[in-house]
Design a protein around this ligand. Structure first.
Ligand code: 5AD
Ligand code: FES
Length: 348
């Protein structure tokens, strides 16, 4: 698929034509990754962050939020919960937080890997190679780092102050792949300043790097952030060029991601479920996605991990989300994934 095809699908409004896109994405998903939906237990291990990403509710400048850092024993208990619930992997996610010592993370990874069969995914932001190698040696399997946008100008506008350019994230992804990680990335749909061309380029970039995992969700404005307030207007592209942060566009991006990376693991994201609590998860799974990431963070912490307001599952427990996900997966005739659910081709 050429970039121009991606662009025309993104702009397509004819419902009958779009049915073809949905059908192609679903058939590609079925042919390459099957009917299993893999469950990743998401552990939001802390919300301290040194970055100032203009979209993110837990960025360093966000006022009025209580910061937390889970204790290692609490994190291990979440991993055990995920294992008990039958999940094949856990994702440890936090803001960029030097307060978590690299050795602490390494010890956690080692403990989970030696006491459970779980695959371990890290999502801890931009990191030094030394740390990434330490964690890999401890047994970490995968790393998630969304590049957020492939446009260098937009990237710099929404990631101010600290050094950290687009090339850094892409370069880190490549270095992590060389270290032996499965690598995941992704973007938000409808960030102020994101044009149709940029989003098409983002999806083309997924293809170019043959990503193992791709997370795509709508941008949801957080009033605590520059992009959630009135200043957002100054970021927005011209009306015809600006990508809307709606469900339909997100679903098109998910479907196209499946077509350009047929073997990738693609979650139906919490952000999509937040936008459409009734059917968002199912629509994602029916239009390309094959993964869900049920939250296993203890309730007292998950309310504090507010990267955007109204986040789905904030008031639920691990058990409730588990039951909810299972029911949703069954309702669309899919099956719960077994085992760690790594990328298939990478194992071949
Ligand atoms: N709306 C939607 N997604 C967001 N993220 C951060 N802030 C927001 C927001 N306001 C996404 C980013 C990040 C991931 C963990 O959450 O893409 O990589
Ligand atoms: Fe958490 Fe549905 S997955 S309530």
């Amino acid at each position: 698929m050429q970039r121009s095809d991606i662009l025309s699908w993104l702009k397509e409004t004819d419902e009958t034509r779009l049915e073809t896109l949905w059908a192609q994405a679903d058939a590609t998903r079925k042919a390459h990754v099957g009917d299993e939906v893999h469950l990743r237990g998401l552990i939001e291990i802390g919300n301290y962050c040194v970055r100032q990403c203009a979209y993110c509710g837990i960025n360093a400048c966000s006022q009025g939020i209580t910061r937390y850092r889970m204790r290692p024993e609490e994190i291990l208990e979440c991993a055990r919960t995920a294992h008990r619930l039958g999940y094949g992997s856990v994702v440890m996610q936090s803001g960029e937080d030097p307060g978590f010592k690299p050795e602490t993370i390494a010890d956690l990874v080692r403990e989970i890997k030696t006491t459970t069969p779980l695959a371990v995914t890290l999502s801890l932001g931009e990191r030094e190679d030394e740390e990434l190698r330490l964690w890999k040696a401890a047994g970490a399997d995968r790393y998630l780092l969304r590049f957020e946008t492939s446009d260098p100008v937009l990237y710099d506008r929404i990631h101010p102050a600290l050094p950290g350019t687009l090339s850094d994230r892409m370069a880190q992804l490549e270095r992590m792949r060389d270290m032996g990680y499965e690598i995941g990335t992704g973007v938000m749909v409808g960030i102020p300043g994101q044009t149709w061309d940029i989003l098409a380029q983002d999806i083309d970039t997924f293809r170019h790097y043959d990503m193992d995992m791709l997370g795509i969700g709508p941008f949801l404005p957080s009033p605590r952030t520059p992009l959630g307030g009135e200043a957002a207007d100054t970021f927005r592209a011209a009306p015809g060029d600006q990508v809307p942060n709606d469900e339909l566009t997100t679903l098109k991006a998910v479907a196209l991601a499946r077509l350009v990376c047929p073997q990738a693991n693609i979650p139906s994201t919490t952000a999509l479920a937040t936008l459409d609590p009734q059917t968002g998860r199912e629509l994602g799974l029916n239009r390309g996605a094959n993964v869900v990431m049920p939250n296993v963070t203890p309730p007292e912490y998950r309310v504090l991990y507010e990267i955007y307001p109204g986040k789905a599952c904030v008031h639920e427990t691990a058990q409730v989300c588990h039951g909810c996900m299972e029911a949703r997966i069954r309702s669309i005739g899919r099956v719960m994934g077994k085992g760690p659910g790594g990328r298939r081709a990478a194992q071949a």
